[in-house]
Design a protein around this ligand. Structure first.
Ligand SMILES: Nc1ncnc2c1ncn2[C@@H]1O[C@H](COP(=O)(O)OP(=O)(O)OP(=O)(O)O)[C@@H](O)[C@H]1O
Length: 211
C-alpha cells in the first residue's frame, strides 16, 4: 500500500502549496489526479516518489518510509522525458542502467532496437517518453506516478502506451497514479479520481470503479 499521512509542502519561504494530504493506493489500483495548472500536481508526484521531502507528514510504502538510496519503489514520470535522462548517454545505456526489459516488453512499448544506439536528442519526444516509461518499470518498482506522460503523443501511440502500461501493471500488480487535465482519460483508466485545489485533494468521482 502506498500511503501519505497529512502531507504538507511549501517551497522555501513560501506559503504552503500542499496541506494535510492523505491518500492511499493499493497494489494494482489506478488513481487519477486533476487540478488547475500550478495547483501542485507535479510537486505531489515528486513528493510521492521521494524526489522532494515533505515539510510535514510522510510517504510510506507498506508502512515503511521511502528509502533514501537505491531503487525508488515509487517512480515519477514527468511530462518532459528529456529532463529525466542524461543527454550524454546513449538510449541503450539509459534504459539498461535501470534494467534490461524483455523483447516482448520492448515490442509492447513500440521501442525499436535501432533507437538504443542513438542519443536522447535524436529521438522524438514521444519515442523518448516510451523509453522512459519502460525504464521506470524495473523489477522492484511498486508504484508509478505518470505525470501528463501522453500529452505529446498522437492518439494511436497514446492508446498503445496506456494499453502496454495497463497490461504490465495488471500482471505485476503495479499501482499507478495518473496526473492529467484529460478527464476522459482519467475516467477510462482510474478506479478513483481526486482533484487538487487550494492545496487539498478532494474526491472528484463519487462513482468509484471496482479495481
Ligand atoms: N522549485 C520551485 N521553487 C518555487 N516554486 C516552485 C518550484 N517548483 C514549482 N513551483 C511552483 O509551485 C506551484 C506548483 O507547481 P507544480 O509544477 O507542482 O504545478 P502543476 O499543478 O503540476 O502545474 P501544471 O499543470 O502546469 O504542470 C507553481 O506555482 C510553481 O510555480
Amino acid at each position: 500500500m502506498l500511503e501519505t499521512h497529512q502531507l504538507s509542502f511549501h517551497f522555501a519561504a513560501g506559503t504552503p502549496l500542499l496541506a494535510d494530504i492523505s491518500l492511499r493506493l493499493a497494489p494494482g489500483e489506478w488513481l487519477g489526479i486533476s487540478g488547475d495548472s500550478g495547483s501542485g500536481k507535479s510537486t505531489l508526484g515528486k513528493l510521492l516518489s521521494g524526489q522532494l521531502t515533505p515539510s510535514q507528514g510522510s510517504v510510506q510504502v507498506d508502512g515503511s518510509p521511502l528509502p533514501t538510496r537505491g531503487l525508488r519503489p515509487v517512480q515519477w514520470l514527468p511530462q518532459s522525458p528529456e529532463l529525466a535522462v542524461n543527454p550524454r548517454w546513449r538510449v541503450g545505456k539509459i534504459l539498461r542502467e535501470a534494467w534490461t526489459p524483455p523483447d516482448t516488453l520492448m515490442a509492447a512499448f513500440g521501442i525499436e532496437d535501432e533507437w538504443l544506439k542513438r542519443f536522447p536528442s535524436a529521438l522524438s519526444g514521444g519515442e523518448l517518453q516510451r523509453v522512459c516509461v519502460l525504464r521506470a518499470l524495473a523489477p522492484g518498482v511498486r508504484y508509478v506516478v505518470a505525470d501528463e506522460i501522453s500529452t505529446m503523443l498522437d492518439p494511436i501511440t497514446q492508446l498503445s502506451l496506456w494499453q502496454a502500461l495497463k497490461a504490465h501493471a495488471e500482471h505485476h500488480q503495479l499501482g499507478v497514479i495518473v496526473i492529467s487535465h484529460d478527464t476522459a482519460l482519467l475516467n477510462r483508466l482510474c478506479h478513483q479520481q481526486w482533484h487538487l485545489a487550494g492545496g487539498s485533494l478532494r474526491i472528484s468521482s463519487t462513482a468509484l470503479k471496482a479495481p
